[in-house]
Design a protein around this ligand. Structure first.
Ligand code: AMP
Ligand code: ZN
Length: 495
């Protein structure tokens, strides 16, 4: 099927097959169709800003940035919301330990997050709402849940009444029996049922709090994403993303809350979850202490290589972090840059003059189409980035074999534009000069041109054609090249 959106993207052709995404809710791959025409409304659970994110968190950010970029490449308009959790137990503990306020702690780590986001080439979100800016929305949602008979207040706390909501477990597949055993839920004597979860928590001394119909307090964590998702995207919206650790209880509870407040079966059409970044096969996490911060990894490796590493595996599979993997990603980025530099260098040569046509022109031309089709086919299969990268490497082999025999600049330009636009989906930015190979190429060209002009000037002087000799000197002077006639011949320099 021809995509109706191809015309919006000048360098793409069209997608033959539909995009399919794995929906955690249906446990199957589904054809992707936004709820509202061409507009994709997407919400991704963002960082709790109490500390530096670890490189596992960064995987989640990079994965959903790539998904967003592919949707945009496919012609969709994407509204992308990702929040900052700026009040919770971890924030309060850390702020107390550092002797600063919770807002001061949040401000510090939001700044750190933005630096990291920039280095990882994450596109800025449409909006980064902070939980504390939406307390009113959370209170309103909680009131609706109580009004609809799915929540109850007790001594300043408010809980969601799981026994009144029969679809609980719809996302995670966790059975009510398993939950009732209390093994996976917080034990709290105020709850009517161990499965119930907090929508609002009564104020405790020394904690930030807000006025509410139930007295001063603060919202439960799950409330924030439901309320902010509804505020910015409405209900239901298209995509909700986060790590697999958020399936239960966070996203399960979000579904329950939205059902309770807004009467929807699910607030989201497609639930997408990334696999874990692991160390020796164990999930990287702060609580286990087996983590590297995104900051230290970015300080030690090429930023583009870090980004490539984070999207090099399929997003739903685990990805093991180790130095070898990062070194390999560094080499891979070099391979991509070298191919781009080779194409840029060839373009400069072809712009100097005509070259006889060869069969390499049609070989590279065909390879460009094969690359684009293959890349799109793989990305349409639930964002299969390793498959898309394999297509890219097949193409790079053709570039390395044939570029020196290409005669048509238009083919080289198309190869460059295609490569740059496709790797950009993965968050790799090649638009700027990278290794400098093309810079040295143009320097050589400039030097050769100036020396040729000086030779012509010498010839003009030998034949006493002073007008031509002066014209060359004056015109070079206007371009900033000064000539100094010495007894050993003319020398030049650029001002
Ligand atoms: P947090 O700051 O803990 O709320 O986490 C931010 C995002 O990182 C969430 O989507 C988590 O699910 C995700 N996440 C946490 N640990 C990992 C990990 N080891 N690998 C991949 N994603 C993770
Ligand atoms: Zn969330």
């Amino acid at each position: 099927m021809q995509s109706p959106f191809y015309a919006q993207n000048p360098v793409r052709t069209w997608v033959d097959d539909m995009l399919k995404v794995y929906n955690t809710l249906s446990r199957s791959k589904e054809e992707f169709e936004p709820l509202e025409g061409n507009h994709v409304r997407m919400y991704v659970c963002g960082p709790t800003v109490y500390d530096y994110p670890h490189i596992g968190n960064a995987r989640s950010f990079a994965v959903f940035d790539t998904i967003r970029r592919y949707l945009e490449y496919s012609g969709y308009r994407v509204t992308y919301i990702t929040n900052f959790t700026d009040v919770d137990d971890k924030m309060i503990d850390r702020a107390n330990r550092e002797g600063i306020s919770v807002p001061e702690l949040a401000a510090k780590f939001i700044t750190e997050y933005r630096k990291i986001a920039n280095e990882l080439n994450l596109k800025p979100a449409t909006i980064n709402p902070r939980a504390t800016e939406h307390i009113d929305d959370m209170i309103e949602m909680t009131e609706l849940i109580i009004k609809n008979g799915l929540g109850y207040a007790v001594h300043g706390d408010v809980y969601f009444d799981v026994s009144e909501y029969e679809s609980y477990g719809i996302l995670s597949g966790i059975s009510p029996d398993e939950l009732s055993s209390g093994a996976r839920v917080e034990v709290d004597s105020k709850k009517q049922d161990p499965r119930d979860f907090a929508l609002w928590k009564a104020e405790k001394p020394g904690e930030p709090s807000w006025e509410s119909p139930w007295g001063k307090g603060r919202p439960g964590w799950h409330a924030e994403c439901s309320a902010m998702g509804k505020h910015f995207l409405g209900v239901p919206f298209d995509i909700h993303g986060g790590g697999q650790d958020l399936i239960f209880p966070h996203h399960e509870n979000e579904i329950a809350q939205s059902a309770g407040a807004y009467g929807v079966e699910t607030p989201v059409k497609y639930w997408l979850h990334n696999g874990f970044l692991t160390i020796d096969k164990d999930k990287m996490s702060k609580s286990e202490g087996n983590f590297f911060t995104a900051r230290e990894v970015l300080d030690n490796f090429d930023h583009q290589a870090v980004r490539l590493f984070l999207v090099s595996g399929h997003y739903r599979q685990p990805l093991d972090y180790n130095t070898d993997a990062l070194n390999q990603a560094t080499q891979t980025v070099e391979r991509i840059r070298n191919a781009v530099d080779t194409l840029r260098g060839r373009l400069l040569i072809l712009e100097r003059g005509q070259v006889d046509s060869t069969e390499s022109d049609s070989i590279l031309s065909e390879a460009i189409d094969t690359l684009r089709e293959g890349f799109e086919r793989e990305m349409n299969d639930d964002f299969n980035t390793p498959g898309a990268l394999a297509e890219l490497f097949t193409f790079i082999k053709v570039v390395n074999t044939h570029t020196s025999k290409i005669s048509k600049p238009v083919v080289v330009r198309k190869a460059l534009a295609t490569m740059i636009s496709l790797v950009n989906i993965l968050g790799i930015d090649l638009s700027e000069t990278s290794t400098g190979a093309d810079k040295s190429e143009s320097k050589e060209l400039l030097k050769g041109t100036i020396e040729l002009l000086l030779e012509l000037r010498e010839k003009a002087r030998e034949s006493k054609d002073w007008d031509t000799a002066d014209m060359i000197r004056d015109q070079l002077g206007e371009l900033g090249v000064t000539i100094n006639d010495t007894k050993d011949g003319p020398t030049w320099k650029i001002k």
